[in-house]
Design a binder for this molecule. Structure first.
Ligand code: GUN
Ligand code: ZN
Length: 454
């Protein structure tokens, strides 16, 4: 007999679970049982030897336990801390110019097309499907300056069940064509409309984020009003910082009353413990210290930094300063929408800093895995809800099958001895793709394979 009535369980899985904690970059928990409540929360994660005790406590029968094969494993969902949804329309092309030219040549003209809601619907549906299939359970999206398209992006992420922060982009200066930007008043008024519609909608896992594009696109007045708005509604904030040398120089010229790039955001109340800034390749130790003091985070986007020849972020230095950090794809400066690609590029960038004797060590694959999961959740201020398989958190997870049909991974007898070897996990992280990501869960709900209703 089971004990007093408990909340019923949506899932009970038995097998291997890998995740990160703050003390261990990767724990591999073999032959464990994980229970998920109807509300999508993890209610237990214990050794399978505890099954009888758990069955009594949670009132389940052995036939309700889903057993994974011994090569399969669950890992936490990937957190993309920086992605431009409209730019997915040209991802995989046009990365042949430095940032500021790339913005005027390719990016602004593409983003203008999102005044057309039908085009927005097509691209936004595809980017949400593509990222979810590739294991991104949480995405921090830039939209465009167009409020209605950005609201549609939020609606689509909600419909597909992806967890997201969605921002309507703000920019009131330095555009080569007037249509690329808004007036200061429009930008504020439309951001207020965006935020208030988002708060009305009250999506369970999709929230608004205040999004000044970057200092070069925003006047002091706009920055300061956005800072105040974020404060009033306790909102998340995202932008770009110190991505390229050319950009840092231009900011220095344009914002001469400020100490440095970080100071431009800081003095306008845009650097808070709910802020995530993309790139940060050229931040000084002094600026990193300000990030730490404010609790602001960095989105490391290695594919973009390499593709646009922007620079290298020294992640070890960021960690040394105890600044929160996650990984981002930065589509389409980064040409891949897959966070597995971001993991691989982050390892390579770190290796380059070691080769060039800038650092004495490199990040390990396990440490980068932590950045892509727990680190990202912390960077977005969501680490109480997601990021690993701690009891009480929501079950955002990927079921990995390293032997999936037509898989890009070859396994040999040594890999397959016993339950999920470390080599199999590494092969998935380095070689795997969406074919190996058989199921995706967000808040306990299976969202991949896609349901026929979306
Ligand atoms: N800085 C300002 N806007 C952008 C953008 O769209 N992409 C990147 N990578 N950097 C930016
Ligand atoms: Zn970006």
């Amino acid at each position: 007999m089971c004990a007093a009535p408990m909340p019923s369980l949506a899932h009970i899985f038995r097998g291997t679970f890998i995740h990160s904690t703050w003390t261990s970059p990767m724990e591999v928990l073999r032959d464990h049982l994980l229970g998920v409540s109807d509300s999508g929360k993890i209610v237990f994660l214990e050794e399978a030897s505890q099954q009888e005790k758990l069955a009594k406590e949670w009132c389940f029968k052995p036939c309700e336990v889903r057993e994974l094969s011994n090569h399969e494993f669950f890992m936490p969902g990937l957190v993309d801390t920086h992605i431009h949804a409209p730019q997915y329309s040209f991802a995989g092309s046009n990365v042949d110019l430095p940032l500021l030219d790339w913005l005027t040549m390719y990016t602004f003209p593409t983003e203008l097309k999102f005044q057309n809601i039908d085009f927005a619907e097509e691209v936004y549906t595809r980017v949400v499907r593509r990222t979810l299939k590739n294991g991104t359970t949480t995405a921090c999206y830039f939209g465009t300056i167009h409020t209605d398209s950005s609201l549609l992006l939020a609606e689509i992420t909600d419909k597909f069940g992806q967890r997201a922060l969605v921002g309507k982009v703000c920019m009131d200066m330095n555009a080569t064509v007037p249509e690329y930007k808004e007036t200061t008043e429009e930008s504020i008024k439309e951001t207020e409309r965006f935020v208030s519609r988002m708060l009305q909608k009250n999506y369970s896992r999709v929230k608004p984020i205040v999004t000044p594009r970057f200092s070069l696109s925003c006047s002091d007045t706009l920055l300061s009003k956005l800072g105040n708005m974020a404060k009033t509604h306790n909102l998340h904030i995202q932008s770009h910082i110190s991505e390229t040398v050319g950009e840092v120089d231009a900011v220095k010229n344009l914002f001469q009353d400020y100490k440095n790039y970080t100071d431009v955001y800081d003095r306008n109340n845009l650097l808070t413990n709910k802020t995530v800034m993309a790139h940060g390749c050229y931040l000084s130790a002094e600026e990193l210290q300000v990030f730490k003091e404010r609790g602001a985070a960095i989105a490391h986007c290695p594919n973009s930094n390499l593709s646009l020849s922007s620079g290298f972020l020294n992640v070890l230095e960021v960690l040394k300063h105890e600044v929160k950090i996650g990984l981002g794809t930065d589509v389409a400066g980064g040409y891949s929408a897959s966070m597995l690609d971001a993991i691989r590029r982050a390892v390579m960038v770190s290796n380059i800093l070691l080769i060039n004797k800038i650092n004495e060590k490199s990040l390990t694959l396990k440490e980068v895995f932590r950045l892509a999961t727990l680190g990202g959740s912390q960077a977005l201020g969501l680490d109480k809800e997601i990021g690993n398989f701690e009891v009480g958190k929501e079950f955002d997870a990927l079921l990995i099958n390293p032997k999936a049909s037509d898989s890009p991974i070859d396994l040999f007898s040594g890999d397959l001895a016993g339950d999920t070897s470390e080599a199999v996990i590494q092969k998935f992280l380095y070689l795997g793709d969406d074919r190996n990501i058989e199921e995706v869960y967000v808040g306990g709900k299976q969202v991949v394979p896609f349901s026929s209703s979306v």
